[in-house]
Design a protein around this ligand. Structure first.
Ligand SMILES: [Zn+2]
Ligand SMILES: [Zn+2]
Ligand SMILES: [Zn+2]
Length: 862
């Protein structure tokens, strides 16, 4: 079948039309937005990228998901803000400087240009007028301003502290950047180092950050529970253990004060001030000193993990259990950390597994003080600690109480006797923001010998990062060797002073960029409150789950700081959050040459040695696995629309996406099919008008009309739920129906036109270029983005019922009428719950339920 008409375009040529439409959109400033109080705003944001210089497929997926929502919301009448910018400070720029001698700024801005061009080739609907780069002084000057405000309020403070240090990267790492004792970026071992550091007091907001975890229904449960655990609030007691022969006490924090009668020794962190002091006068002095020196070099995360053998050393000193006055030895132990609790742990070996192992190793006494229900534990026969709750024993007046009762009663007792108090502890630490790096925002502080720490005066901002710095990659911050940067005058006394040479953690920049997108050009302050109040909070935020803790928690913290400064007026920055899955692809290996890139494989053989290759499991795409697909290659070969369609169709956004070449081919074929569908039917539908409401149809016309409107409903509902893959397959079904439809009457032409127009409109958020081309070919003048999202005719989507026969063991037993689209599992459930059927299945086991769609259900039992 071939329908010829004048000007028919035979072939879909993505390259040609994509460039054309991108240019038109840009010329028409289609994606520019302004605040408009008459329109409901919608702020859609994807986590902004680090400008590595090359867009990877993870970006493409992330931004394609966002673009569907942005375009869809716009067509639904929202005023949509969809900005893009660059998280532009950071280490790779400095590494490039070290390796290639290129200036970090030059490298960064070149990369930004390259990535902007790549993003534009994907046709994303960004308002490029709002683009920002965090390494730009017009951005980071406001961050410095905010630092000063935080300093005034005591939310930024400096202290000496033991920090995680990566020798390889020559920098301090936040706890969150240490993964199982290794640097998150270079995976080399992290050690400890003492440095004076700047900290942001995120702990001041611990309670509110935790409380609001309950008030974010639009966030994935998993992310909220990760954040709650990170904050790690626990309620318990502080208990003072008197030192023998002294008026001093050792204070511990415990959530299990119900076990205090079982405390038979004390464990101190090697960094605890008493660790060395207590042993000084004893024969243990040397042993303790050696132990402390050795353990202090180990990494905190490794020490507290299960991987390290628990060991300790006796200090030679004793303290008293405040409840029993029993004399208990004091140890220094490698698994106790100074940063958590008080750096001292009351050890209850019967009810804590770590203490149990330690007690067995050093032959320390055990006392059972919690008896589990229906069981009697004995010290001699215990093979592991019992960590659960139960009834108190060997606990004086508290005997017989349940664990919760005892916890409350013991806290009261401690407070009455002045032996301790109720206490709350958090796992969350303050955020160390000092980095010994060049390519970051300078911390606006100077040090004066006479006046000490002095904040830079507001009118002296910004502290500009100097250009002429040699980056060598070793030692202190490169700024420390820049004399004219370092040497300055004290804002207080006017005498000579030195500038702070550390720069801020790049997570500071990403903690408020989303606010700045509302007013990127604002020069009168950090934020233009009016515009920020219009756009913020972000309605939908999209990004990788790897940011579930760090970035999202810091951003929430900054929001609360800005709110308390009166700069913003909302409590949380992100109303809804979607964390998209990873893009995975199988790895390919040659027995001789190891991992291979796709281009090193031909016909299942290695191009170097011609041996057959092994196809391994699917893993996250990464350069090191050589299983990456370059999006530019895909755009060149198939076009941006195919690339977008594949990413959206292959799996739901929050799931991992398995790469498949066939999947890409399939997406491409579908778009060719849509193209032909429109042009081959052009002569038939050209003069036809869309059917008005209430038009009566018959036969195949009625069927296609219903199909069209059910598709509109399905796609609308699915986009609202982020089920893009099922939305796309619904349009694919409609396209199939259009291919099967033979136009006979004048009414048919109008029904057909409706089906074709709607499939183009419904596809437009996913594949905007081809949709735009077809939309115009169908005679429309304006961008498809400016048309209204279609409403479905509810009369046409009313479900038809279908009569289904129910058999039990092959014999007809019942009939039921159900909506035609009822899913299989519901059909089964309905059939099995019918009283008449139950009389036949009663007392028998249902072995199988066979469903023949729209016809029958057979229940096999016996
Ligand atoms: Zn590192
Ligand atoms: Zn001074
Ligand atoms: Zn080979």
């Amino acid at each position: 079948m071939s329908v010829e008409h004048k000007g028919m375009k035979e072939r879909y040529e993505p390259k040609e039309i994509e460039e054309k439409w991108q240019q038109r959109w840009s010329d028409e400033k289609l994606f520019r937005v302004k605040e408009d109080s008459n329109k409901e705003k919608y702020y859609l944001l994807e986590m902004f990228p680090y400008p590595s210089g090359k867009m990877h497929i993870g970006h493409v997926r992330n931004y394609s998901i966002g673009d569907v929502v942005a375009r869809y919301k716009r067509m639904r009448g929202h005023n949509v803000l969809h900005p893009m910018g660059w998280d532009a400070f950071g280490m790779p720029a400095e590494n490039a400087a070290i390796e290639h001698g290129i200036h970090p700024a030059e490298w960064t801005y070149q990369n930004i240009d390259a990535m902007r061009a790549q993003l534009k080739r994907m046709g994303f609907s960004y308002d490029w007028g709002r683009e920002l780069a965090t390494c730009d002084v017009t951005y980071y000057r406001w961050e410095q301003w905010l630092f000063l405000k935080m300093y005034e309020k005591g939310l930024a403070h400096r202290k000496r502290s033991s920090v995680n240090w990566c020798e390889q990267c020559q920098t301090v790492l936040a706890n969150e950047q240490v993964e199982a004792g290794l640097c998150w970026r270079c995976h080399s071992e992290v050690t400890q180092k003492e440095l004076a550091q700047w900290f942001f007091k995120i702990t001041a907001y611990a309670d509110e950050l935790l409380e609001y975890c309950q008030k974010l229904p639009g966030w994935p449960e998993r992310v909220l529970s990760m954040q709650s655990n990170w904050i790690g609030k626990s309620t318990g007691a502080e208990i003072h253990f008197p030192l023998e022969g002294s008026t001093d006490v050792i204070t511990v924090f415990t959530t299990r004060q119900d076990t205090v009668f079982g405390a038979t020794f004390m464990s101190l962190a090697p960094e605890h001030p008493l660790a060395l002091k207590l042993s000084r006068e004893t024969s243990q002095a040397e042993a303790v000193r050696d132990f402390v020196d050795r353990v202090k070099r180990q990494n905190a995360a490794v020490r507290s993990s299960g991987e390290v053998e628990k060991e300790g050393v006796f200090t030679g000193a004793y303290c008293l259990n405040p409840m029993t006055n029993a004399r208990i030895p004091i140890f220094v132990a490698n698994f106790v950390l100074m940063e958590y609790g008080t750096g001292a742990v009351m050890a209850v070996p019967t009810h804590d597994q770590r203490d149990f192992e330690f007690a067995r190793k050093y032959d320390l006494p055990l006392i059972v003080v919690i008896q589990p229900e229906g069981e009697t534990l004995r010290e001699k026969t215990m093979t592991e600690a019992y960590e659960g709750e139960g009834v108190l024993a060997n606990s004086g007046v508290f005997n017989g109480m349940s664990s919760p009762e005892a916890r409350a009663a013991i806290v009261r007792y401690l407070e009455e006797k002045d032996l301790g108090r109720r206490s709350i502890s958090y796992r969350l630490r303050d955020w160390g923001i000092s980095r010994q790096r060049y390519w970051g925002a300078p911390i606006p502080v100077v040090y004066c010998d006479r006046c000490g720490i002095q904040p830079v005066r507001e009118e002296d901002l910004p502290v500009i990062l100097p250009d002429d710095v040699r980056v060598t990659g070793t030692g202190e911050s490169p700024l420390a060797s820049h004399a004219s940067f370092v040497e300055t005058t004290c804002p207080a006394c006017g005498g000579p002073a030195r500038r702070e040479t550390d720069t801020m953690d790049t997570f500071v920049e990403s903690s408020w960029y989303f606010d700045r997108f509302a007013c990127p050009d604002y020069a009168g302050g950090i934020l233009d409150k009016k515009r920020v109040d219009y756009w913020m909070p972000v309605d939908q935020y999209i990004g990788g789950v790897e940011h579930a803790i760090l970035h999202l928690l810091y951003s929430r913290f900054f929001n609360k700081v800005l709110r308390d400064e009166g700069i913003v007026s909302f409590d949380e920055p992100f109303t809804r959050l979607l964390t998209q899955g990873m893009v995975c692809k199988e790895v390919v290996r040659c027995p001789t040459h190891g991992l291979l890139y796709p281009e090193e494989v031909r016909n299942g053989r290695c191009v170097h040695c011609d041996r057959p290759v092994e196809i391994g499991g699917k893993e996250k795409m990464s350069k090191s696995k050589k299983n990456v697909v370059d999006p530019e290659y895909l755009i060149d070969r198939y076009g941006a629309d195919t690339t977008r369609l594949f990413c959206l169709f292959a799996s739901p956004p929050e799931k991992d996406l398995d790469w498949s070449d066939q999947g890409v081919e399939g997406s491409s074929r579908f778009l060719h099919r849509v193209w032909r569908m429109v042009f081959q039917r052009m002569t038939v539908i050209k003069g036809a008008v869309l059917p008005g409401p209430g038009t009566d149809f018959e036969g195949i016309d009625l069927e296609l009309h219903r199909k069209t409107h059910r598709t509109i409903r399905k796609v609308t509902e699915d986009i609202d739920r982020f089920h893009f893959n099922t939305a796309i397959s619904a349009v694919m079904e409609l396209v199939n129906a259009i291919y099967q439809f033979e136009s006979k009457t004048s009414q048919s032409a109008s029904v057909l036109r409706e089906a074709i127009v709607m499939s183009v409109v419904l596809l437009s958020p996913f594949v905007p270029h081809i949709a735009e081309e077809l939309w115009h070919a169908l005679g429309c003048r304006e961008s498809v983005l400016l048309t209204q999202w279609p409403e479905y005719d509810s009369a046409a989507t009313v479900e038809e019922d279908v009569l289904i026969v129910i058999q039990v063991n092959g014999k007809l037993r019942d009939r039921m009428s159900v909506p035609v689209s009822m899913e299989e599992k519901d059909l089964k459930k309905n059939a099995l719950s019918r009283p008449r059927i139950q009389t036949f299945t009663q007392g028998k086991q249902v072995r199988k339920v066979i469903v023949v769609p729209k016809k029958l259900i057979n229940i096999v039992c016996g």
